[in-house]
Design a protein around this ligand. Structure first.
Ligand code: GLN
Length: 192
């Protein structure tokens, strides 16, 4: 099987944990800080962090258009938490830029005020019968999915995992657990 080359956007957030998970799945990894690092990537992970901050850093390093263009040319993107927020489509009245690579609206900090973070056993049918240990940290969810969007998991009827082609948007933090199934699923998408 061809070894996949996957970048991890390294502006803020849990970068190392994603690098480790991808390497454990057999991928070659690159940390991405500028547009030159996108060359030759099959996929890119956008980790969790704070979406307003990451958005500003993407602008400062001139990465918005290159990431969008590479994705339109076939590069897969796995966005977790902040990554999910950035992948979604801009909606009227929203001031923050979005990549618009998955046809959904996004709601930020959506799982209650008191419960900022929690872990739950999430059913993800495409990963098999055993539930996924999903860590939610001030997590977003997706809403109003377009026809191209495949919803892969919901929690409290909110979309927390979805795919559109090679774009995978995840509300929780798979890199903070030992379960590698979602990283493997992403690498499999890159082969399709
Ligand atoms: N609440 C954060 C945001 O709006 C996302 C949190 C996370 O990535 N863990 O960007």
């Amino acid at each position: 099987m061809k070894q996949m080359k996957v970048g991890v956007l390294a502006l803020q957030g849990a970068v190392r944990e994603h690098v480790w998970a991808l390497q454990a799945c057999g991928a070659e990894t690159v940390t991405v800080k500028g547009r030159q690092d996108l060359a030759g990537l099959d996929g890119l992970v956008i980790p969790g962090g704070e979406s307003t901050t990451v958005g500003k850093l993407l602008a400062r390093f001139g990465l918005w258009d290159p990431i969008r263009e590479r994705a339109q040319a076939g590069m897969g993107i796995f966005g977790t938490c902040t990554g999910m927020i950035l992948l979604a489509g801009a909606r009227p009245g929203e001031s923050e830029p979005r990549l618009g690579l998955i046809d959904c609206a996004v709601v930020r900090n959506a799982f209650g005020r008191q419960i900022d973070s929690f872990e739950t056993e999430l059913a993800i049918p495409v990963l098999g019968d055993s539930p996924f240990p999903a860590v939610f940290i001030r997590a977003p969810y997706l809403a109003a999915p377009g026809r191209e969007v495949e919803v892969l998991a919901t929690l409290e009827e909110k979309i927390v995992l979805a795919r559109q082609g090679r774009i995978l948007a995840c509300a929780f933090h798979p890199e903070l657990t030992k379960d590698l199934r979602l990283h493997r699923y992403f690498l499999d998408l890159l082969l399709k």
